[in-house]
Write a protein that binds this ligand. Sequence first.
Ligand SMILES: Cc1ncc(COP(=O)(O)O)c(C=O)c1O
Length: 354
Amino acid sequence: MSKFWSAIVHELTPYVPGEQPKLTNLVKLNTNENPYGPSPKVLAALEAEAADSLRLYPDPTSDRVVQAVAKFYNVPDTHVFVGNGSDEVLAHTFHALLKHDAPILFPDITYSFYPVYCGLYGIEYQTVALDGEFEINVDDYKRPNGGIIFPNPNAPTGRGLPLAEIERLLKANTESVVVIDEAYVDFGAESAVGLVEQYPNLLVTHTLSKARSLAGLRVGYAIGQPHLIEALVRVKDSFNSYPLDRFAISGAAAAIEDRAYFEETCRKVVATREALVKELQALGFVVLPSAANFIFARHGERSGAELAAGLRERSIIVRHFSKPARISDFLRITIGTDAQSQVLVHALKEILTP
Ligand SMILES: Cc1ncc(COP(=O)(O)O)c(C=O)c1O
């Protein structure tokens, strides 16, 4: 607290990111990073960038990334916005498209940055409870609102919502923007990008941090019709003209262009996930069906806090949310390599053995 703070800073409850420990030799399964490195073509592009060009400002509109994204999804360039991680894209989205008179809606259990953006930008919100199976029921969103946002698959549950349900929501909600945060979609859910042409109020956001193994580069993007993109550009150009540096532009373009590497990496992560789910079920865990690069699981007899602490003692970090009570016995476990899964399962067997 300080008398020098503005009133809004006094009121903020900032987001707390998952721990990035300084220790090495940890099995780090807490922030949904990809266990595989980025495409070798990304590394070559980054090396090529480390030259005289760093003297110069980067392209303020990151055209190479915009074009790569547009080509990947077969949409016009005018439908694409890029930013410094999808967190920045989401921040601009809240500011540009979700701040209206009515409260916005998002699930009660979801990405915990959403209420933080509401606090920062003074946006009213209402949460909508997930059903008993931790699923989003789109009928619950049929009420007046200033916008709707949720991840598909949802985080931290990992549950995917079929595209037909998203389309049903869009048909029922034509007067405010619907944002589908597809940070994890490439691991098994259906993308809504194909609906953008038909629905002028749909914005889909993505990140390169997960399926493209580039959490450290900070690149995200949004796809929507040009009038939505223009709103994001207006906010971006009132905030930071150069959100992507030269490395980020080169690396991101190379990552998106290397479709084969991306598909292979996703396939490996999904295969490891399916094998791990079976092993955890055999140990007495209830695992929610996951379409993401993490699983959300609870043990029938041990608390989430106890399991997370036991794993930490064995140098394995997973994410545990003590609130709300409904998820306090769950662990969110990022999918690592097969070898990391084996270390995890071995440690859990030790903890569970009386
Ligand atoms: C649902 C969801 N959306 C967006 C993000 C932000 O991703 P980034 O800022 O790394 O692009 C995350 C990060 O974990 C997430 O879980």
